[in-house]
Design a binder for this molecule. Structure first.
Ligand code: 13P
Length: 246
């Protein structure tokens, strides 16, 4: 399985930020990466990014609905039309700030599939849940309820993002990441069958150039979902370069 390093720009980026994509494209053209690379810019930059881009593009969210009178919402088909091949659903910022439930996340993943996008479905525990010893239970519950039946390696990627590690500079220990990824893999295989061994599992939360090699070469870690360090091409390239050729 080829690893994936995905950048989530969140609500950052104006037209001037496309220069970072230009730099990324030039560097990747000069030295082919050992992984796939995906950038998820804000909706407003997707089409312009598609015009620049030598990397795959994704959205950061989509509506669970296919179209109609839903002011302000963006459908998965719109993302695809603008140049996206995937979309992040169920990011903890959307679960926490917008009150998205597992059932909403599952509906969004299905909407993504209907439009021919792959869904990057995020799960992760809060610090209190980890401290209470519930991290594995929380993540399996989220997987059960937010990954729809029908998930395959082609249409689904799972991102494990401990909420307390996002934007904080804190990360779980390597042993904790390894244990959680093994747990997620076993939940997916139990539920979906042996084919689920091909679903990529990304780690996200304070991945930086200086910790990427340790995290990204752990067993069952098939890439990263990177926030802050994806905004500058030089940092993002440092993370991409941490993936060892298979
Ligand atoms: P940071 O890399 O900034 O911690 O963000 C992680 C994240 O939320 C990616 O979706």
């Amino acid at each position: 399985m080829r690893s994936l390093v995905a950048g989530n720009w969140k609500m950052n980026g104006l037209a001037a930020s496309l220069a970072e994509l230009e730099s990324l494209k030039a560097a990747l053209a000069a030295a082919a990466p050992a992984c796939e690379v995906l950038v998820c810019p804000p909706f407003t930059l997707l089409a312009q990014a598609a015009a620049v881009c030598g990397v795959a593009l994704g959205g950061q969210d989509c509506s669970p609905r296919d179209g109609g009178a839903f002011t302000g919402d963006i459908s998965a088909a719109m993302l695809k039309d603008a140049g996206a091949s995937s979309v992040i659903v169920g990011h903890s910022e959307r679960r926490q700030i917008h009150g998205e439930r597992d059932s909403d996340v599952a509906a969004k993943a299905q909407a993504a599939w209907r439009a021919g996008l792959s869904a990057i479905i995020c799960v992760g525990e809060t610090e209190a849940q980890r401290d209470a010893g519930n991290a594995h239970g929380i993540c399996s519950g989220q997987l059960d309820a937010s990954v729809p039946d029908g998930a395959t390696p082609q249409n689904t990627i799972i991102a494990y993002e401990p909420v307390w590690a996002i934007g904080t500079g804190k990360t779980p220990t390597l042993d904790d990441i390894k244990a959680m990824h093994a747990h997620i893999r076993s939940c997916l295989v139990t539920r979906l069958g042996e084919g689920a061994r091909g679903i990529r599992l990304l780690y996200g939360g304070s991945v930086k150039p200086d910790n990427a090699a340790d995290i990204l070469n752990l067993p069952e870690v098939n890439g990263a979902l990177v926030g802050g360090a994806s905004l500058k091409a030089s940092d993002f390239l440092g993370i991409i370069g941490a993936i060892k050729p298979a």
